[in-house]
Design a protein around this ligand. Sequence first.
Ligand code: PLP
Length: 439
Amino acid sequence: MSHVFPRHTKATLPTVANGRGVYLYDQNGKQYFDGSGGAAVSCLGHGDADVTNAIKAQLDQVAFAHTSFFTSDPAEQLADKLIKHAPEGIDRVYLVSGGSEAMEAALKLARQYFVEIGQPQRRHVIARRQSYHGNTLGALATGGNEWRRAPFAPLLVETTHIAPCFEYRGKLEDEATFDYGQRVANELEAEILRLGEDSVIAFVTEPVVGATAGAVPPVEGYFKRVREICDQYGVLLILDEVMCGMGRTGTLFASEQDDVRPDIVAVAKGLGAGYQPIGAMMCTAQIYAAIEGGSGFFQHGHTYVGHPTACAAAFAVLTKLTDGGLVDACATLGAELQDGLMQAFGQHPNVGDIRGRGLFRGIEIVEDRDSKRPFAPDRAIHKALKRETFEAGLICYPMGGTIDGKQGDHILLAPPFIMDRHHIDEIITKLQTAMARVL
Ligand code: PLP
């Protein structure tokens, strides 16, 4: 009997035995193409010697030293490199152990910033209905996924949620795409005014929505308008790039493609690429200066902040991403993957939309293509797709709750950047097999 507490207590999972390149193998030697990098994590695939050697070298030096006593070379190097490539204005890095921790730190820093600058009345956070920002209570409160929030609702701090920018579902038939983006961005202004002009701390959003909706990019002009509104009302813009960042969309930060300047940005997943658990919360010089010139103390912390071994792994990963041409490869392969998916499934009666950027692609599954009617939730199409793709030797990330966390199914693909062109055919063939069985 296993003593591990699994997420699905009734599921019997195979045991992972090893991983090489784009493949994982179970205890029976069955091969799986890692088409989602787990949950958009393994951007370098498995068994990357540069990263494992960097970890081993750091372990031989010092595995861990607490950040109340020491800084470390790996933490300093990693922070320097992140800032070198970060969005304009981002100047400081707070290193944590994953995405939820990065988002918790972002929320707390945003609130503390206003306390430090003498605006303690600011207490509201606005996010979007179609969003996931982590499973710890602060991050969960910020997320808009009803299903994930429901059991914990009494424990969640009040957060208000506005419409996402989800063209496939939200744009009216006779509405221009640009106008749609402005309309949903303007919901932010309306919500700020409803809550009280000087009472909002931050607007939190994923630039390209990941798990809750399947690689949904914003429309042109949306983030420009969001930034204007944030500036007008002194609201901080927190971008959650935990899933879509670190090259996944074809640029190191997804928001680069929308020309938007965050005040705080969170990354994780691809930063450690699965080799170590690590995340980062980054902020502007202005926010840092408020803390430095105020209390001089960010009232937060975890034991493993700035963990040297995790930082050494992330520095090796980031070096490969930024200096090895892998982010460009991700953009090129991503465009080819989109073409391949369109050819294979573009006319499929149960495929409503194929979308995304770079190697971050979503396929929305519908019962009726013309009306965009989703399958009834009790059909649990995404669960059947997960089972059948896995059976076919493809790991992808099918999820339900595409529409406001309530109904709808999609498949998320986030394969390793090191894959070759022929792997696109492998993904498509295996998806075809699974979809034929389920639909
Ligand atoms: N934010 C986003 C956008 C995510 O997709 C996730 C995880 O899927 C998180 C935050 C939470 O990250 P973690 O699971 O590393 O805590």
